[in-house]
Design a protein. Structure first.
Length: 131
């Protein structure tokens, strides 16, 4: 049995295949997921699992060098924006309009859907290297 924190086999598989700058998206329950991108649907009901719990678990496995979020997050869901900032103090945070964010998700290796109901609680994680 897997010893590390992340026990979801689909997410673990995607992370193990990621190379430098490959992207993984974690999203709220409302983000449209492109048909050509693998969907890992964790959403059970309103708020379960949360975006932050999912993000924190993924971050225990994935080396991240940059994140992308929607500019709207800062004004519409400022508490979530601050939580993201706290997690990435030494990582580049790129902010783009939500419409551009949705287009960018088409390049993700997979999109992990959570039960989060906070508007714009979406993030693209760009894989870094551990050396």
């Amino acid at each position: 049995m897997k010893k590390s924190v992340l026990i979801n086999s689909e997410i673990s598989s995607v992370i193990s295949k990621m190379g430098h700058t490959d992207m993984l998206t974690i999203c709220d329950s409302g983000l449209p997921i492109p048909k050509n991108v693998d969907r890992i649907d964790l959403a059970l009901k309103h708020g379960i699992p949360t975006f932050l719990d999912t993000l924190d678990t993924v971050l225990e496995e994935l080396q991240v060098e940059e994140v992308v979020i929607a500019t709207e997050l800062e004004t519409v869901s400022n508490d979530m924006y601050k939580e993201i900032q706290n997690r990435f103090k030494n990582i580049k945070i790129t902010m783009i309009p939500h419409e551009d964010f949705k287009v960018m998700t088409k390049e993700s290796m997979a999109i992990v859907r959570t039960g989060e109901f906070t508007p714009y609680a979406n993030i693209i994680l760009k894989s870094g290297v551990v050396f």
